[in-house]
Write a protein that binds this ligand. Sequence first.
Ligand code: FAD
Length: 391
Amino acid sequence: MGLEKIICEVLVVGGGVAGMSAALTAAREGAYTLLVEKNGFPGGAAVTGLHRFICGLYAHGMGMPDHTLNEGIAPEICARLKVLAPDKAVLPRGKVYVLPYTTGNLISVFRSLSEAEKQLDILYNTKTVSVKTEKHIITAVTVRGLDGEYDIAPRVVIDCSGDAIVVQLSGARYQLSPPHQRQLAGYTFRVKGLRDVDDIVALRVPYCLAQAVAEKKMPSYLKFTTFTPGDDQDEGYCRLNILPVVAGERNKQARKDALFVHSYLCKVLPVFRHSSIAEMSPEVLDREGPRVCGEYTLSADDVVNARKFPDGVVKNAWPIELWDQEKGVRYQYLHPGDYYEIPLRCLKAQDISNLYCAGRCISVSHEALGSTRVMGTCISLGEQAGREAAK
Ligand SMILES: Cc1cc2nc3c(=O)[nH]c(=O)nc-3n(C[C@H](O)[C@H](O)[C@H](O)COP(=O)(O)OP(=O)(O)OC[C@H]3O[C@@H](n4cnc5c(N)ncnc54)[C@H](O)[C@@H]3O)c2cc1C
């Protein structure tokens, strides 16, 4: 790839779950597709967030689901994960159902699926740095890889960067809530050496941190910390739910908060006493960021009223899961068995004729994003953007 200018039919920016699905689909539809990803691996937040469950794949309130809401690449990924980990079955989590996975298996699935596609090339460790537009069309995208900078001339671009990077660099309009209204961001660490983990630990962790906050021993947002048991008996995941914008370097602050919370839990909860931090997320992850101004903006009403559209391309039944800075998490569920549709227009940029978006940066309101951003939905959004872009 030492060429100065690369020509492709479809350029996908970002290799998270949405980008991988978009690129695989576009290539399968016959379009020569290039994907650029700044990390050295696929999966994006699904990997760096140390998540454990794929949400948004199934209907809820209808008993244990035996199929995904959307057909296509979502069930294909689930089937591949099942082969790698036959013991990981669909689980109820409160009112909804999720699929447990390991990040290593998800990376393997994406690698094997992408290596099988002749029409797909992936440039890892490559960052999109600028975008050239002429008359509302993207004509070139400049990327910086390990061997320098070069230009890509695509017919169509799909922005799957999570943070709407192409949208921003192209000058297309986007929506972004003011910092104080944005949903809490997340930072996760994995703990080993726990003793006697039971179901109550998930309640004890936020309870004792809320007490510490009330006693002014730590900042208020740390009371929203959650705990999930891991696969091993002595393992667990703590997720800090933190302010998305802070003064200074937020990854550094998050690591400091994680160390502080862990040492506090070691002091007050016997289950943590002999534990240590085995792994930390490499970065803070945003639940909410910039979203393209598309041809339609999905609203909270559309979600809770289970609205269907003539150009509906993705079904979703995940509740609106809003992580408010003052109140913590609130869920607004659809009626059991119901789902809403996401119209194709939410994936099309209003201002740039050859630009689509998929994943976290599609055209949705602050509230609707609380439902559309989960991984299962992002996978199907990527698939639909890839299909459309390849036409
Ligand atoms: C705290 C938290 C907890 C969550 N928990 C869950 C959960 O348990 N289950 C669930 O289903 N969902 C969960 N989610 C939501 C989910 O992880 C994400 O919304 C989803 O993975 C987004 O996928 P995506 O492909 O749109 O974006 P991302 O996964 O963010 O992928 C974007 C990709 O683009 C790349 N990129 C960015 N900029 C550039 C650039 N300039 N050039 C090249 N590449 C670039 C990034 O490296 C990344 O790989 C959670 C989110 C958060 C924040």
